[in-house]
Every structure is written in structure tokens, then in C-alpha cells.
Design a protein around this ligand. Structure first.
Ligand code: PLP
Ligand code: COI
Length: 339
């Protein structure tokens, strides 16, 4: 294994040895290629550069106590990438090709998969871009698929510790009928200003409200939102949020724990009734929320009174990461072993 300070890894780019690439040209996908270059050569008129034909995914590889490497719900990421591709008229990728490329990228960089117990994981970033030259607004005819990996620590600096987040009412991440439910780069460009405002004001991230009425909760930066009350897991249903694979898994785990699960529009005022609140995603895992501030309305909502993660969030977190690292049996069939 590489000699890296695994326990203090930030969530940021880290050069590893290889990446995997594949091209769609002349109506068909080619063979997977292995590269040791961090750079790609692009036509200056590529549609990804001008018209945002760019989608990506995010998943992780986890090293267990048994030293085996596990991937979590790989097929769900493959399916979501294809939904994103359909959403902005890009070429879809065969599911098996996606899986093969991810597994190959992890295996080739096996020495960068952090040791068990360090809190670090190997973040996997699959990327699909339009590379064909166009000047008129239309989809490219050729595409490039790339998978690179980086060892990372927790996305929110404090890991499984409560954070404060902020509502920025004058910035929307996605339009009601727009691309918010796809993992397209443009959504993240649209979120940068509100993230900067939140960070500059001392908050971990921003909480997006529905763009049409600003009445309902959408999501929490690069993560979905959930609230807990009366043995119930409540999470927003909205056309403009990314369907999180972590959230989908937490809903199943909450049901396993005998909780009721509600996925429906969540009015902002309902925040007052939650006993616990959290942000969830591959990078965020579960990040408990301590306080949500709504500066324009001069209001705030607090959870985690004793500044500690709540009991239900803690149980869900422990269960989720135990499955990911192989400490709990994989009852739901979510794990792919990298062999
Ligand atoms: N919402 C957004 C906007 C995201 O970027 C992500 C990260 O992928 C999530 C939610 C969480 O999704 P997942 O749990 O599939 O990582
Ligand atoms: C993830 O959770 O995998 C994400 O893609 C979030 C990311 C934008 C950092």
C-alpha cells in the first residue's frame, strides 16, 4: 500500500497511477483503454466545452477488515449515468462497460485504497463528455468516458459531526423542469455562488429550496436532506434534486429498523418538528445538521441540542458504513467485491 497520511486526507484531487478511458465513435463504443496521463486531448469545439454536454458519477471503494475491496451499489450509479445521458441527449453507456471500467480503475490503483479503520475511502469519478465538434446547439456525435480515482477523507471536514448550513434564497441550483435530477456539470456550476456565500458566512454548505415557490426543501448542497421524527424518516420528493443512492439505501435501512419512511414534499416549516436532520450522499455519507439558518427571514432551526449526532442518525450511519466496509452482512445485495 502507498505511504499516505490516510487519516488526514482531505476530500480533494489526488493523483493516482492510472485511469480508464473509452470512446464512442462512428456509432459504437470502443475497447477500454488504460492511461497513466492526467490529461485528455480535446477538440476546441467539443460540445462538453461549449454546451455543457458533461455528466459524471461518484461512488467509493471501501477496504474491509478482511482486506477485501468492496464497491457499493455500482449498478445504481451505472443506471443513473444513463438517465443523465438521456436527460441531455448524450450517448448512453452499456451497464457492463461502466462496471468493467470502474472495477478496472480500482484494481489498477489498488494500492491507493485506504486501509480499514482510517476513515478514508477511494473515491471513484466516472465522467462522460461530448467530444465531437459542433458550433450549432446540438448533441455531439462522439463521446469519451473516463474513470479516475482518488483516495479521500470526509467531504465535510468534521466527518460524522454536526454542521451548520444556510438557506440562500436568491440563488437556485436547478429549475423546476430543468436538469436538477441529472448529474450534469452545469448544476454544479449553478451552485458555486451559493456555496461560496455559505462558506464565506461560516456554513458547511447551502440548503436549496424549491425554485418555484421557495416553500419546500430540495437538497443540501451536494447531498440529499432527511429529517427524523416520531420513528419516521422523512425526505423530500422533488423533480429538481438528484436521486441519491445513499438516500435510497437509508430509506431501506430505516425500514429495516422498523421506522416509517415518507418521501414527499417537505415544507420548510416542518423543520421545526424534526428531532434530527441530516445530509446524505456518497461524499457526505451522513452528515448530521446542527442548525439551519434562513438569514433573509431572520429564522433558524436547531437540532442536536447537545452538539452530538442524534441517536437515529447514528444508528443509520453505523449500519450503512458497516455494510460498506463489510462489517455487516450484505442482506440487500448492495456490494460488489473487487477481485
Ligand atoms: N445531491 C447532489 C446534488 C449530489 O451531487 C449528490 C452526490 O452524488 C447527492 C445528492 C448524493 O447522491 P449519492 O448518494 O448517490 O452520492
Ligand atoms: C458524491 O457524493 O459522490 C458527489 O458527487 C458529490 C460531489 C459533487 C463532491
Amino acid at each position: 500500500m502507498k505511504n499516505i497520511d490516510w487519516k488526514h486526507l482531505p476530500f480533494q484531487y489526488y493523483k493516482t497511477d492510472y485511469n480508464v478511458r473509452c470512446y464512442y465513435r462512428d456509432g459504437k463504443w470502443g475497447e477500454l483503454e488504460v492511461s497513466d496521463s492526467e490529461y485528455i486531448e480535446l477538440h476546441m469545439a467539443a460540445t462538453c466545452l461549449h454546451y455543457g454536454q458533461e455528466i459524471f458519477e461518484g461512488l467509493k471503494a471501501y477496504r474491509g477488515k478482511d482486506n477485501k475491496i468492496r464497491l457499493f451499489r455500482l449498478e445504481e450509479n451505472a443506471k443513473r449515468m444513463n438517465r443523465s445521458a438521456q436527460g441531455i441527449l448524450m450517448q448512453e453507456l452499456p451497464i457492463e462497460l461502466f462496471k468493467e471500467a470502474v472495477i478496472k480503475a480500482v484494481k489498477l490503483n489498488e494500492e491507493y485504497v485506504p486501509p480499514y479503520g482510517t476513515g478514508a475511502t477511494l473515491y471513484i469519478r466516472p465522467l462522460l463528455i461530448g467530444i465531437g465538434p459542433e458550433v450549432g446547439v446540438r448533441p455531439a456525435k462522439s463521446y469519451m468516458f473516463v474513470v479516475f480515482v482518488c483516495p479521500v477523507g470526509p467531504y465535510f471536514r468534521d466527518g460524522f459531526n454536526p454542521v451548520d448550513i444556510m438557506i440562500c434564497r436568491d440563488h437556485d441550483r436547478a429549475a423546476p423542469q430543468g436538469t436538477g435530477c441529472y448529474k450534469v456539470g452545469g448544476n454544479y456550476a449553478a451552485s458555486l455562488t451559493s456555496l461560496k456565500i455559505a462558506h464565506d458566512s461560516g456554513f458547511a454548505t447551502s440548503l436549496y429550496l424549491d425554485a418555484r415557490e421557495k416553500k419546500y426543501i430540495d437538497e443540501a448542497g451536494p447531498a440529499n436532506f432527511f429529517g427524523i421524527k416520531n420513528n419516521m424518516y422523512v425526505t423530500p420528493e422533488s423533480k429538481s434534486i438528484l436521486p441519491s443512492i445513499t438516500n435510497m439505501s437509508l430509506m431501506d435501512l430505516a425500514r429495516d429498523l422498523g421506522m416509517k419512511v415518507e418521501r414527499r414534499p417537505v415544507p420548510l416549516e416542518e423543520l421545526e418538528t424534526f428531532e434530527e436532520a441530516g445530509a446524505c450522499g456518497t461524499a457526505a455519507v451522513i452528515t448530521p445538521i446542527r442548525k439551519i439558518v434562513d438569514p433573509e427571514k431572520n429564522k433558524f432551526y436547531t437540532f442536536c441540542a447537545d452538539n452530538k449526532p442524534g441517536p437515529v442518525s447514528s444508528r443509520l450511519y453505523n449500519l450503512l458504513v458497516s455494510i460498506q466496509f463489510g462489517d455487516e452482512p450484505d442482506k440487500h445485495g448492495w456490494i460488489t467485491l473487487v477481485e
